[in-house]
Design a protein around this ligand. Structure first.
Ligand SMILES: [Zn+2]
Length: 78
């Protein structure tokens, strides 16, 4: 099981491109069992189509960039 911090890192890689299916599965698994992570992504409202099985697909580049900035800031703030 991914930790929250690891999941955020994976989410960044996911936004940057492809991550291995196994890691994507683990990421989805973490999000499905970690309301705080889901809530934090959802509250940013950059991912209206986010659901537990389909992460941030079809996100416009500009939104993805803003989300990445946000996630990176979160990673470095702790
Ligand atoms: Zn989490």
């Amino acid at each position: 099981m991914f930790t929250c911090k690891r999941s955020v890192q994976q989410l960044l890689e996911y936004l940057d491109g492809e991550i291995p299916p196994e890691e994507q599965r683990q990421l989805e698994e973490h999000l499905s069992g970690c309301p705080p992570c889901v809530e934090f992504v959802r509250s940013y409202r950059a991912t209206p189509d986010l659901c537990r099985n389909h992460l941030v697909q079809r996100m416009p580049d500009e939104m993805a960039d803003r989300l990445k900035q946000f996630l990176r800031a979160k990673l470095t703030s702790k």
